[in-house]
Design a protein around this ligand. Structure first.
Ligand code: NAG
Length: 99
């Protein structure tokens, strides 16, 4: 019985490790072709953080975007006159916030 418990603990802790290892693309500015122009790196989501991807459209054309890790993220689209902001959050796999 003790061995069984140990095994269970091992399985659980390896899953926690797996969750903690969520990595995301990080970029301060991705241009309309999906090329990161400033601050390209990788961040590690910690705690309740998720990967996010934001895209900014002007007059219905993709203008630029950014990526990173965030604990405040809502998947949504916001419209304001001719500008719209699309935000996506994900945590199902590393680098799921691909542009
Ligand atoms: C995005 O950046 C790449 C590399 O600098 C460039 O080749 C491409 O033309 C740019 N795209 C736009 C839409 O500006």
């Amino acid at each position: 019985m003790g061995r069984c418990l140990l095994l269970l603990l091992l399985v659980l802790s390896s899953q926690v490790d797996f969750l903690q290892a969520l990595q995301c693309f990080q970029c301060q500015r991705v241009n309309a072709s999906g090329v990161c122009q400033t601050g390209a790196s990788v961040c590690q989501a910690e705690g309740y953080q998720q990967c996010f991807l934001r895209k900014v459209y002007k007059d219905d054309t993709l203008s630029y975007g950014y990526q990173g890790c965030s604990s405040v993220c809502y998947s949504m689209t916001m419209f304001n006159k001719d500008v719209s902001l699309e935000e996506k959050c994900c945590s199902d796999s590393s680098f799921c916030n691909k542009f």
